[in-house]
Design a protein around this ligand. Structure first.
Ligand SMILES: [Zn+2]
Length: 293
């Protein structure tokens, strides 16, 4: 038998829910994983409806990598029901919830105390915008990959640890650059950038949405603009797919600097790239440090 055929058959088939998670698992797993990304970063991952062209990826996957904390609740359960793959169904052996063990911003005060109509019923799920959390996930992914492929446990341990250390080195390098941002304030359209702001040492001064997932009412925006003016908020952050017009007006009236930041990596169906995460964070840092006009 051709030894290459045996090697190729051992490659672990994985589906990941977002661009960031696809990148982290591809980076942690190297050439021993095949990753299919389920979402698309051209739309809000909260509201993504799912495509019909995943082919056999969902049926053959031995591992599902998900963000958790209800982040994918509006679309992923439907795909999993259709796939009928016990390995990646709820409680399956091949489910990795990246949120396990994370310290959360904005956790619900009491179990079930928040309305499920809110897109963040279990607390702010955008924890991967803090690069220190991505380091944690690279390491726990390495362990999970080794559990699923015990014969490649050593390979995954080395690969994921190397990736984690590379990202830690990047973070150390960024600390000096981001120093001028410390103590400055921001408002973001959706609370998707609060972990990023917290890592930068910045102060959140509210969000555009009246509740996560709810478009702002004009009266809410008027009050927010007044508040931003009063508190001299430095930045207004918005992702490219959000409605831009009202943000431009609020930024103009409040004199906040409007900046377009991303909260996910471009998702390719067949995710064959790796090591995109640090470039993605760096681009956001560059955007913030750019001189205003
Ligand atoms: Zn959200």
């Amino acid at each position: 038998m051709n030894p290459n055929a045996v090697w190729a058959a051992a490659v672990l088939p994985i589906v990941a829910s977002t661009g960031i998670l696809s990148d982290l698992v591809k980076t942690a797993g190297g050439d021993q994983v095949q990753v299919t990304c389920l979402a698309t970063s051209t739309l809000d991952p909260h509201l993504y409806s799912g495509r019909n062209d995943y082919g056999s990826a969902l049926n053959q996957a031995e591992l599902l990598v998900q963000n958790g904390l209800a982040y994918e609740n509006t679309w992923l359960p439907v795909l999993l029901t259709k796939a009928n793959n016990p390995k990646i169904a709820a409680q399956g052996t091949g489910v990795f919830d990246a949120s396990e063990g994370m310290t959360l911003l904005d956790p619900p005060k009491k179990e079930g105390a928040r309305a499920w109509a809110d897109l963040h019923p279990m607390g702010d799920p955008h924890y991967l915008m803090d690069p220190r959390n991505a380091v944690k996930v690279l390491r726990t992914l390495g362990v999970k990959l080794g559990e699923l492929r015990p014969e490649q446990k050593a390979y995954f341990a080395v690969q994921s640890e190397k990736a984690a250390r590379q990202l830690e080195a990047k973070i150390r390098g960024w600390q000096k650059r981001i120093k001028p941002l410390e103590g400055k304030s921001f408002v973001s359209y959706h609370p998707s950038l609060n972990y990023f702001g917290a890592w930068l040492g910045m102060r959140p001064e509210g969000v555009f949405e009246s509740r996560p997932g709810f478009a702002p009412e004009p009266s809410f925006l008027r009050a927010l603009t007044d508040q931003m003016k009063k508190k001299r908020v430095t930045y207004l952050w918005i992702e490219p797919w959000r409605p831009q017009a009202s943000a431009k007006i609020v930024a103009q009236k409040s004199k906040a600097r409007l900046r377009e930041l991303s909260s996910d990596i471009q998702c390719e169906k067949e995710y064959v790239k790796s090591n995109q995460y640090s470039g993605f964070i760096e681009k956001n840092i560059d955007t913030l440090l750019r001189k205003f006009n």
